[in-house]
Design a protein around this ligand. Structure first.
Ligand SMILES: *Cc1c(COP(=O)(O)O)cnc(C)c1O
Length: 437
């Protein structure tokens, strides 16, 4: 079940807060995140502003590691850069010992800029361009997750031409329904991702003989925002069977990349049960004698970020509309995936105020520019601030300047302090690179 399919009763403000220990409501200071009043951040840097918490990221990373450790598993974590590619965030995961999973040369260079060694980077994606592959080879990237026979041949040719060797795993499409939103499922045969299981043995054998290619193993990634260990169990069982089959055919398999996709609770439900997930990993692939790696994105950063916005005005029409200064060009998930994000008022007095339904919208000229429909919220007058929760993953990375809206600022909270990590884009920056013919 994904966030869009949540069937429980809609959580009220107190439920939302209770499910998020990094947040607290103080009578004077209002809503605080990792002990920092959000009002202090908005006063200093304005809104809309992304707020990220280093402590939350560290705690989530530690929880995932602890779950693996409890199963006596050694799983190397490669943070999926596409979830949030800010170099300050990459730097936090580097310090924790993570590698990176990238899907473009831009992401590889971001990871390098944050000090992540090229050998600790795996490169996924169905359409790596020649120039990107060449650059990745030159950097000495740790692993290519190859998604087609065509890509394999291109990689072999480029590695040979440049006198390098590409370490390769084949991304197997396990044809498993991850039970998530159609736009974020990737492990079905009908999806563009990966190589059909039936085609893996022949391709693996051919790859082993190709120049410039060092075959290492298999990868899979079945989708995103997965809340149950079940689809993983099915997919990993198929991967284990494939490893055994390849070995029976004389092939060497030393790496299994378990992909990402661990889901989080966007309402007040728990996210993936990490203990149950790690137990599945142990049961299905723990005895294979391969190096295990994993590529989580959303799980690590989603709840560690929020979008702080101000109310422009409250419009009473056929229904109540609360118009924010943030819009779909900042946080696109509601428009793109019908995603549900919790919304908390920052002002403590409002938190306990009488709630009534309202549509929370942005100022962009699209009906899809709506963060929440019929949400029970108190009266929110102009200038009141709200926090859009769990916006750390697939938030800022998907933002645009549609409607000529400058990119929002971002702030990192760490040890009770906050620092600007992205200045708000200036209006004149919007057209700075444009040329009048
Ligand atoms: C997007 C992606 C991930 C990360 O997915 P999350 O749901 O954010 O954990 C990992 N691996 C690959 C190949 C991806 O495309």
């Amino acid at each position: 079940m994904a966030d869009f399919a949540f069937t429980g009763p809609e959580p009220d403000l107190a439920d939302l807060l209770a499910a998020r220990p990094a947040f607290a409501m103080h009578a004077q200071d209002g809503l605080c995140f990792e002990d920092v009043p959000l009002n202090a951040i908005a006063d200093q840097y304005g809104t809309p502003v992304w707020v990220y918490g280093a402590g939350s990221m560290q705690a989530r990373y530690a929880a995932l590691q602890a779950a693996f450790k409890a199963q006596n598993l050694d799983v190397h974590i490669h943070y999926a850069v596409k979830a949030n590619d800010h170099i300050a965030i990459l730097d936090i995961f580097r310090q924790l010992g993570a590698g990176a999973d990238v899907v473009s040369l831009g992401e590889l260079l971001r990871a390098r800029r944050a000090g992540i060694a090229a050998k600790d980077v795996v490169y996924s994606g169905v359409g790596k361009a020649e120039a990107e592959i060449e650059a990745a080879l030159a950097q000495g990237i740790g692993q290519f997750n190859v998604e087609s026979t065509e890509e394999l041949d291109m990689l072999s040719a480029l590695a040979t031409r440049t006198g390098t060797t590409a370490k390769v795993v084949l991304r197997m499409n396990p044809d498993v329904d991850a039970g998530t939103h159609a736009k974020i499922t990737t492990g079905l045969a009908e999806n563009k991702f990966g190589i059909a299981a039936a085609d893996i043995p022949a391709l693996y054998a051919r790859a082993t003989a190709l120049p410039g290619i060092a075959m290492r193993g298999l990868a899979l990634h079945i989708g995103s925002q997965i809340l149950s260990p079940e689809p993983y169990a099915t997919a990993y069982a198929k991967a284990a069977a494939m490893v055994r089959l390849l070995r029976a055919q004389g092939m060497t398999v030393t790496v299994l990349d378990l992909g990402g996709g661990i889901g989080i609770g966007y309402h007040d439900e728990p996210g993936m049960n990490l203990a149950a997930f790690a137990a599945v990993v142990k049961r299905e692939v723990g005895g294979l004698g391969v190096d295990l790696l994993m590529e989580p994105g959303r799980y690590l950063v989603g709840p560690a970020g929020l979008l702080l916005a101000s109310v422009v005005l409250q419009k009473q029409a056929a229904k109540r509309f609360v118009v924010l200064d943030a819009a779909m060009n900042e946080l696109m998930r509601p428009a793109l995936y019908e995603a549900w994000h919790g919304i908390l008022p920052v002002n403590a007095a409002l938190f306990h105020g009488i709630a009534s339904p309202a549509d929370i919208v942005g100022p962009v000229c699209e009906s899809a520019d709506c963060f929440a429909k019929d949400r029970e919220l108190p009266d929110l007058g102009p200038g009141e601030r709200v926090a859009l929760l769990d916006a750390g993953a697939y938030g800022a990375v998907m933002s645009s300047s549609y409607n000529a809206r400058p990119r929002a600022a971002s702030v990192l909270v760490s040890d009770g302090q906050f620092r600007l990590i992205t200045p708000r884009q200036r209006l004149e920056d919007l057209w700075a690179d444009e040329v009048l013919p």
